[in-house]
Design a protein around this ligand. Sequence first.
Ligand SMILES: *[C@@H]1O[C@H](CO)[C@@H](O)[C@H](O)[C@H]1NC(C)=O
Ligand SMILES: *[C@@H]1O[C@H](CO)[C@@H](O)[C@H](O)[C@H]1NC(C)=O
Length: 181
Amino acid sequence: MKNQLLILFLLVTVFSSVEASCKPSGKIRGKKPPPGQCNTENHSECCVEGKLYTTYKCSPKVSDHTKAVLTINSFAKGGDGGAPSECDNKFHSNDSPVVALSTGWFNKQQRCLKKIIIHGNGRSVEAMVVDECDSTLSCDVDHDFQPPCPNNIVDASKDVWKALSVPQKNWGNLNITWSDV
Ligand SMILES: *[C@@H]1O[C@H](CO)[C@@H](O)[C@H](O)[C@H]1NC(C)=O
Ligand SMILES: *[C@@H]1O[C@H](CO)[C@@H](O)[C@H](O)[C@H]1NC(C)=O
């Protein structure tokens, strides 16, 4: 009886930790972008030579108040997002509320063109998921020498920042919570 209880306890512990935790999928070492590569306009980051970056295929579990970091991205043609959005192969106006989610939350396009609600700066805004913020990529030419996305990012158009009434000088990094609509 005692042993059975112990086994049950172990199983519950193992399964709940598997569900709750999101472990890194690997590490990559940054390579210095060649001259003219990696566009740093509008808050884009470039890989740093020798720096270790952690990659993830998962993100923290989604709840009614999923903690995340809001960043800023251009979804327009010629913007720092680069290619058209993965969900619909289109560019989007930065005056519309659109976001990219970290790989785990993007969940193999499962949230594509669905709405999420973002709470931040004492306000809320609904935004549509159109793209992935890739947490698995490496610092190479295919990714404009940008580091992998952390696994807790909601990368948003400026319209989202405006809707949350964040003063323009503070756009780029904000702790928020979000949930599915
Ligand atoms: C930076 O943002 C401005 C204003 O949103 C935009 O016109 C410009 O194309 C962006 N540049 C890049 C490289 O994303
Ligand atoms: C944002 O959240 C992180 C992790 O929860 C915390 O360490 C940090 O202090 C927060 N930043 C602000 C400005 O509240």
